[in-house]
Design a protein around this ligand. Structure first.
Ligand SMILES: [Zn+2]
Length: 334
């Protein structure tokens, strides 16, 4: 339980937050579906919304007044946060959430507009049956209640629920915004740069990468491999390193895809990439990969990922095959 609200600056200036904020003057809707793969950012986003609704400073979400602090301490009686563990939601849990939503708001300070906020994370992890319980509440919403439902993807939520919700896509954040947030968390510059490059615009993913010391090692290994793997004997050398980091194979492949995607961008228009240490790495790799070679290598990586998901796969053989495929792509599409 922390007073701090992760990513508060980025989230406050997000399009998603301002969309919902616009509704404050009109009256909040009964249900919102917040779509984002960034679980950690959604959790903060929900707390920020509750602060904004109840803040003593007229919806400013100051994060400092007594009411904001009450929300941030999970002590506000009218802001209820469910499934922060991001588990599969069981029928009995959903029943409990819905019972809670039928209680009258406790805080009647604003008598004109008492309000109860129900936040449920990762609704997409529940079964159709459980979602149908919720649907009933959305069809006949209790007065003064707003539901905020989080989902990692739209397809994981029933159409009937979606049609009752206002859809809000949490922003894909720019590199600069993510970098600022990581700096405010005192992440060292080098780790922050790597995290931003590999985070796909997600704040939570960037933070996880930045906190993981091993990630920087994986990143450097992949840069080294893509830059220096030039002949068959190199393949054997790098394949052995792959084997030693077997647990991290999927991570290595993800980093490889991200770097090669950046190589295609760089080779098309170098000014599309932000200046900095990562761009220097991309430049080195791009010198040995044409756009076509990088694209064919990305296809080979996707193929390797599929094989790695198969039960009883042979990671060493998959790594060998992948690295040879990349070498071949570099030769064919010079
Ligand atoms: Zn406040």
């Amino acid at each position: 339980m922390s007073e701090e609200l992760l990513f508060s600056n980025a989230l406050k200036s997000s399009k998603a937050f301002n969309l919902i904020k616009n509704d404050f003057s009109l009256g909040l809707g009964n249900a919102y579906l917040i779509i984002s793969q960034d679980d950690e950012a959604v959790q903060s986003f929900f707390r920020l919304i509750a602060c904004a609704v109840f803040c003593d400073q007229h919806h400013s979400a100051c994060l400092e007044c007594d009411t904001c602090l009450q929300v941030l301490h999970y002590n506000h009686p009218d802001a209820k946060f469910f499934n922060q563990e991001k588990n599969t939601i069981k029928a009995e849990s959903m029943r409990y959430f819905l019972e809670e939503s039928r209680k009258a708001p406790v805080n009647l300070k604003n008598e004109k507009e008492p309000h109860l906020l129900i936040f449920i994370e990762r609704l997409d992890l529940s079964s159709e049956k459980v979602m149908n319980f919720l649907l009933k509440s959305l069809e006949e919403p209790p007065a003064g209640v707003s539901f905020f439902l989080g989902t990692a993807n739209e397809s994981g939520v029933l159409e009937t629920i979606k049609s009752r919700c206002r859809k809000v896509y949490l922003d894909i954040f720019t590199d600069d915004v993510i970098l600022e947030e990581l700096k405010s968390l005192n992440v060292p510059e080098e780790s922050a740069e790597i995290a931003v490059a590999c985070a796909d615009g997600q704040l939570g993913k960037a933070r996880r990468i930045a906190m993981d010391e091993d990630y920087a090692k994986s990143y450097k290994l992949v840069v080294d491999l893509l830059t220096n793997m030039k002949k068959s004997s190199d393949v054997i050398f790098y394949s052995n390193i792959f084997e030693k980091r077997m647990d991290n194979n999927m991570e290595l492949l993800n980093i490889m895809s991200i770097l090669l995607r950046n190589v295609t961008v760089y080779n098309t228009d170098p000014f599309m990439l932000r200046d900095g240490p990562i761009k220097e790495d991309i430049k080195k790799i791009a010198a040995t990969f044409s756009v076509s070679a990088a694209e064919h290598s990305i296809l080979a990586i996707n193929d390797a990922k599929k094989k790695l998901y198969a039960p009883a796969c042979n990671p060493q053989a998959i790594a060998d095959y992948l690295l040879f495929s990349i070498l071949e792509a570099k030769h064919i599409w010079r």
